[in-house]
Design a protein around this ligand. Structure first.
Ligand code: IMP
Ligand code: MG
Length: 176
């Protein structure tokens, strides 16, 4: 068995256009307030890098690391966070995530960033998979809504691979 990204769901051009739109909205919404963008490693790194260049404001950039463990079926979804010393006190924080799936990662990040003194925390994701939501969070800014299929590319991985694809595609498991 092997995995293949067989179908392009969101092309490079479509993603670029949408990221530009999100950046323009964020620019309007955060004008005049101290803003920190927190990219979520590893999956959100590509999206975050493109997004910040579409925000026409002074921005502090920081990265945080999040990983889930115990499998997606764990009751509260266990999320391991590493804030990597992010200095968010006194700033409005915008989290740049690849995808909000169950929402456990976003919920954990939100409460941890608020506990560290963020003035507000909003979520910006490239992809939103609301059909899988289990935690009580929703995206404040979302690029695209996706159905319940496993996707990879543009930062998102399947088994550690495909993050470098310039587009987002559907992962298919094939018999060898
Ligand atoms: P959560 O379930 O909302 O906590 O999402 C946790 C993380 O799972 C995301 O940040 C992604 O890294 C990963 N993830 C969820 N769905 C997908 C997918 O379809 N492809 C690749 N990664 C995914
Ligand atoms: Mg991730």
């Amino acid at each position: 068995m092997h995995a293949e990204v067989t179908k392009v769901l969101f092309s490079e051009e479509r993603i670029a256009a949408r990221v530009k739109e999100l950046g323009a909205r964020i620019t309007e919404d955060y004008r005049g307030v101290p803003l920190a963008v927190a990219g979520v490693l590893c999956g959100g790194s590509v999206f975050c890098a493109d997004l910040i260049r579409r925000i026409d404001l002074p921005v502090a950039l920081t990265f945080v690391r999040a990983s889930s463990y115990g499998g997606g079926t764990a009751p509260q979804g266990r999320v391991k966070l590493d804030l990597l010393g992010a200095d968010v006190a006194g700033r409005h924080v915008l989290v740049a995530e690849d995808i909000i799936d169950t929402g456990f990662t976003a919920a954990a990040l939100k409460s941890e960033l608020l506990a560290r003194g963020a003035l507000s925390v909003k979520l910006c994701c490239l992809l939103d998979k609301p059909s899988r939501r289990r935690a009580d969070v929703s995206a404040d800014y979302a690029g695209f809504t996706v159905p319940d299929v496993f996707v990879a590319g543009y930062g998102l991985d399947y088994d550690g691979m495909y993050r470098n694809l310039p587009y987002v595609g559907a992962v298919e498991i094939k018999e060898d």
